[in-house]
Design a protein around this ligand. Structure first.
Ligand code: AMP
Length: 194
């Protein structure tokens, strides 16, 4: 089974769709946001460094994030296929991921871009904030604006990075959750081996 990246702005539904792939395909979800939130909760050295940056909606350093990913990829359960959710977010991270995958003998099957225009995202983040009872300090309108502007500046260029590598599949993320899952599965079945 191959490995895939979910690319898209905050609130696009990457986490929700990743969970569905976990259930349906037995893949593992690698969410750097979840890993960092766990580190903050534990109060580890990484968590202490990351907290203020995350609360402000900025990006944690490439070095820290790439280090977390590298460690995670050494665990045996990744053999069933990894869904990268929220990583890579910068060109430097994408290049680091290329190196890590090569080193570990892993392949990238596809990069799924979940497209959602900015104007949809404010409402989605408000809904998520209500559903999660405010457990994410960065789910508010002000921080979302910052996260979105960073997405456009730092992460959106990865769309071209992967398009030129022939790996990109773009799907409409404004559809119903089930329809997005169906589109994603169809795209993956056409792209990902085994
Ligand atoms: P997420 O749950 O993916 O929305 O991530 C929440 C926050 O964690 C982001 O706003 C960043 O502050 C940080 N973060 C998560 N993934 C990365 C990454 N790949 N690179 C840098 N910062 C990240």
């Amino acid at each position: 089974m191959n490995n895939i990246i979910l690319l898209g702005p905050p609130g696009a539904g990457k986490g929700t769709q990743a969970q569905r792939l976990v259930e349906r395909r037995g893949m593992v979800q690698l969410s750097t946001g979840d890993m960092l939130r766990a580190a903050v909760k534990e109060g580890s050295e990484i968590g202490l460094k990351a907290k203020a940056v995350m609360d402000a909606g900025r990006l944690v350093s490439d070095e820290i994030v790439t280090g977390c990913v590298s460690e995670r990829l050494d665990q045996p359960d990744v053999a069933g296929g990894v869904i990268f959710d929220g990583f890579p977010r910068t060109t430097a991270q994408a290049e680091a991921l290329d190196r890590l995958l090569a080193e570990k003998g892993m392949q990238l099957g596809a990069v799924v871009e979940i497209r959602v225009p900015d104007e949809y995202l404010v409402d989605r983040i408000k809904t998520r904030a209500a559903q999660t009872g405010g457990t994410r300090a960065d789910d508010n309108e002000e921080t979302l604006k910052q996260r979105l502007s960073i997405y456009h500046a730092e992460t959106a260029p990865l769309i071209d990075y992967y398009r030129s590598g022939g790996k990109l599949v773009s799907i409409d993320g404004t559809a119903e959750i089930d329809a997005v899952t169906a589109a994603m599965e169809e795209a993956l079945d056409a792209r990902v081996d085994g």
